[in-house]
Design a protein around this ligand. Structure first.
Ligand SMILES: Cc1ncc(COP(=O)(O)O)c(C=O)c1O
Length: 405
């Protein structure tokens, strides 16, 4: 059952900052007490390295760490052997690109879109430089959603990968991932999905969608920083080499340089991982599952629509994604720099993000480098939206600049 009042009690940041309207959840989210407790428990009651010791404390840490893998597997509907813990979404995407580089060659095509975050473009750009692969951008509509018919027209045997955000981070465009995944598989291509902005907000069932790879970050879904999840179908993970080599991920190595790796997913977890982060992340997933991902998704849709309907009539506001049902509210106040406008909102205790949001070629679609992004999460309220809307109504060149002089 979705009990907003109770949910808000779970977040110390909301209690400690009663005046703050936090609408920067696309960047990172607040943490509920259960997650904080789990991290603190590691430091106060169960500190040891993981998968390295034979004493009771170390075995207990192994149990807590491995338990998270089972929880994430339940969260995504996959096998625990298909879940590797890296350090963030960015590192997971780099791991996939590095791994697939061994299967790609000059002339192979990777399809992506101009709405992607840097983390899902720059690693592919490097392969373009190193191997001579081609990168093509799938046509999208004004709201950033991929046009399926155009995608079909671009498919050929040269296409080896479709790499897309499930939900984009500036416009909140929800891509037709299932259809694109089917299309990719018809041509023997892989579907790589950046789930940074979808997994925190909706149920993502990797088996039902038949995804090949999925990545996301703990910190954007109530979990600690420094934990990224790499999901891959087991047979695909077994066919990509790890990006980082070292302790913990090898079974044996010899002075002649031969190395035997551990099985997946451990071979992707070189060096000491973010143990307390992973353990805390297990608590975050359980917390979200207890509320219910469908309930979270439905509430956020309702809240976004409440926000959008109040922004649409404002003549001084350019609203870039009015037709997307989920994701952030992205806008500019006409003739006011995004950063100045965000500064004005900050003076009213409203936290939003301004700039290009790491999606630096999106301007090719929306015609501006800089926007204001108000990104919501399930602990936000209609009252907070009202406060934000009232402040947005007041944005003008005079009062935005007035904040700084
Ligand atoms: C769509 C998308 N991809 C990737 C990332 C990178 O996530 P992280 O910084 O946690 O690696 C973000 C972060 O904002 C994002 O929104």
């Amino acid at each position: 059952m979705f009990d907003l009042e109770k949910i808000r009690q779970d977040f110390p940041m909301l209690k400690n900052h009663p005046e703050l309207v936090y609408f920067d959840n696309g960047a990172t989210t607040f943490k509920p007490q259960v997650v904080i407790d789990k991290v603190e428990h590691y430091y106060t009651h169960a500190t040891a390295n993981v998968h390295r010791g034979d004493y009771a404390l170390s075995v207990e840490v192994d149990r807590l760490y491995d338990e998270t893998r089972a929880i994430v597997a339940r969260f995504l509907n996959c096998d625990a052997s298909e879940v590797a813990f890296l350090h963030n979404d960015t590192e997971c995407l780099n791991q996939i690109v590095y791994g697939l580089s061994y299967q790609l060659k000059k002339g192979d095509i990777v399809l992506t879109s101009v709405a992607e975050h840097a983390s899902n473009l720059l690693p592919w750009y490097r392969l373009k430089e190193q191997l001579g692969i081609e990168i093509k951008y799938l046509p999208v509509n004004a709201q950033g959603v991929v046009d399926l018919e155009a995608a079909k027209a671009l498919m050929s045997k040269q296409v080896k990968v479709i790499a897309l955000a499930h939900v984009t981070n500036v416009l909140g465009s929800v891509q037709p991932i299932q259809e694109l995944c089917e299309l990719a598989h018809q041509y023997g291509a892989y579907m790589v999905v950046d789930g940074a902005q979808s997994v925190p907000h909706r149920k993502v069932d990797v088996k039902a969608l038949d995804l090949d790879f999925l990545t996301f970050s703990s910190h954007k879904m109530c979990g600690p920083n420094g934990v990224g999840v790499l999901y891959g179908k087991k047979e695909l993970l077994e066919n990509i080499p790890p990006l980082v080599l070292g302790g913990g991920m090898n079974a044996r190595f010899q002075s002649d340089g031969s190395v035997l790796l551990k099985d997946v997913p451990t071979r992707f977890e070189a060096g000491t991982p973010n143990i307390e982060g992973v353990i805390g992340f297990g608590a975050a997933c359980e917390y979200l599952m207890d509320i219910g991902m469908d309930q979270i998704h439905n509430y956020e849709k309702e809240l976004r629509s409440y926000f959008a309907e109040q922004i649409k009539p404002l003549a001084h506001i350019q609203f870039y994604n009015p037709d997307n049902a989920t994701g952030p509210i992205t806008f500019n106040a006409k003739e006011v720099f995004a950063q100045d406008a965000a500064g004005y909102l900050a003076s009213k205790n409203i936290a939003v993000r301004s700039g290009n949001h790491c999606a630096k070629i999106l301007h090719e679609l929306i015609g501006t480098d800089s926007t204001i992004r108000a990104s919501l999460y399930f602990y936000n309220t209609k009252e907070e939206v009202d406060r934000c809307v009232e402040a947005i109504k007041e944005i003008s060149i005079e009062n935005a600049i007035g904040v700084f002089f």
